[in-house]
Design a protein around this ligand. Structure first.
Ligand code: NAP
Ligand code: MG
Length: 407
């Protein structure tokens, strides 16, 4: 075979990647990506952690914590999608208990911010026609309404009370209720906001993309304003010069103004959002770019470590078909890009440019395969090219391999 992978010297790795295996259809894809696209070319060095639900249950979820700690040790992880158990999963897998979301557990160890970026291919036009470059969404993943306490109340007075460490109380009226209503108390910490800001500034420098940040500080004059101030302080003290040197900028604006600007923009920026804004806007941005199956995600920790994954879940419906022996057409692009993202970063940190170059080549082979009209079923209605063929899950990977062998 020409360019035969077998005859080539495999690319060597210095430091292992932390490999976090997962569940269902993405677990199947995971194995095939390694066999078809990675192992023939790279002498793959990984420290393997099986985060599949069966093993999480068997290890009382210790494996998840161990994998996060290994990430702190080695610096780069690649993660397969995993099931977050609910009541139905507890029955389906006969679980000892309803284990927490692995992503939540990993984030608790690593801290940091999740950056989600769409993968653009020629022939798939975003729903917003002006968007020419990816918009990377950075969601603050701590606090606000996600760690709030709320209650239904009746007639009476609702107050917010803070007791400092010396026992001194500060009270403020929330509302004097004349009838039934609801109240909520939420918080964030300067420390978490600071690490969010640092992750965003670092990621902007890393990718040479400008950074936008927005809150509702005109209405939320203390709470949201704190976010604005912390970002500005850190920017002025530590990043202003670096940004100027890199030819990028930091823009703060109101969240409603940001939404309007994003829609009119050409893309190509990182959009940092508070927790709720990020939750909502990431789904809007992902959908507008075409497909959740074409969205990557990386957790950037202020401790200087990275965890790459696909933004979608384990694609359960397809997995049940696969188990029933039916053919599936599941899109593996985001999972491939999780691997290439991790390999590129490993190559960069280890000073092994051949590894980085291989990962870039694999990305190119993946996109070229789609641009040449070979794709999974989900892409067919989005693709505007003339020739388009829907391939099975495995045939799509084989098609990428064919393209890769020609590059
Ligand atoms: P999902 O796995 O993302 O799938 C939802 C639907 O989106 C699929 O049924 C499929 O639509 C489409 N889809 C998603 N990824 C696709 C791909 N790669 N190729 C083709 N189509 C794709 O979300 P879910 O069904 O809500 O969750 C399933 C499991 O994943 C849950 O147990 C959840 O806990 C877990 N999950 C994990 C993560 C993570 O590990 N980061 C994230 C989200 C969810 P059609 O059925 O119409 O083809
Ligand atoms: Mg959401």
């Amino acid at each position: 075979m020409k360019g035969g992978a077998n005859q080539m010297q495999k690319i060597q790795m210095k430091t292992p990647l932390v490999e976090m295996d997962g569940d269902e259809m993405t677990r199947i894809i995971w194995k095939w990506i390694k066999e078809i696209l990675l192992e023939p070319f790279v002498d793959l060095k990984t420290e393997y952690y099986d985060l599949g639900l069966v093993n999480r249950d068997a290890t009382d979820d210790q494996v998840t914590v161990d994998s996060a700690e290994a990430t702190l040790k080695y610096g780069v992880a690649v993660k397969c999608a995993t099931i977050t158990p609910n009541a139905q999963r507890v029955t389906e897998y006969n679980l000892k208990k309803m284990w927490k979301s692995p992503n939540g557990t990993i984030r608790a160890v690593l801290d940091g911010t999740v950056f989600r970026a769409p993968i653009l291919v020629k022939g798939v036009t975003p729903y917003v026609p002006t968007w020419k470059a990816p918009i990377v969404l950075a969601r603050h993943a701590y606090g606000d309404i996600y760690k709030a306490t709320d209650m239904k109340v009746g007639k009476g007075k609702a107050e917010i009370v803070f007791t400092d460490e010396n026992g001194k109380e500060t009270r403020q009226l929330i509302h004097d209720f004349k009838g039934d209503g609801v109240i909520m108390g939420m918080h964030n910490t300067d420390e978490s906001i600071r690490s969010f800001a640092i992750s965003c500034f670092e990621y902007a420098l890393d990718t040479k993309m400008p950074l936008w940040f927005a809150t509702k500080d005109t209405i939320s004059k203390v709470y949201d304003h704190r976010f604005k101030d912390i970002f500005q302080e850190i920017y002025d003290a530590e990043y202003k010069e670096k940004f100027e040197k890199a030819g990028i900028y930091y823009l703060y604006t109101l969240i409603d103004d940001a939404v309007a600007r994003v829609i009119r923009s050409e893309g190509g920026m990182i959009w940092a959002c508070k927790n709720y804004d990020g939750d909502v806007m990431s789904d809007m941005v992902a959908t507008a770019y075409g497909s959740l199956a074409m969205m990557t995600s990386v957790l950037v920790s202020p401790k200087g470590v990275y965890e790459y994954e696909a933004a979608h879940g384990t694609v359960t419906r397809h997995y049940y078909k696969h188990v029933a022996g039916e053919e599936t057409s599941t899109n593996s692009v985001a999972t491939i890009f999780a691997w290439t993202g991790a390999l590129k970063k490993r190559g960069e940190l280890d000073g092994t440019p051949e590894l980085t170059k291989f990962a870039e080549k694999l990305e190119k082979a993946t996109l070229t395969t789609i641009e040449n009209g070979e794709m999974t079923k989900d892409m067919i209605p989005l693709f505007t090219g003339e020739r388009k063929v829907a391939l099975s899950t495995k045939d799509f990977l084989t098609a990428i391999r064919r393209t890769l062998d020609t590059l």
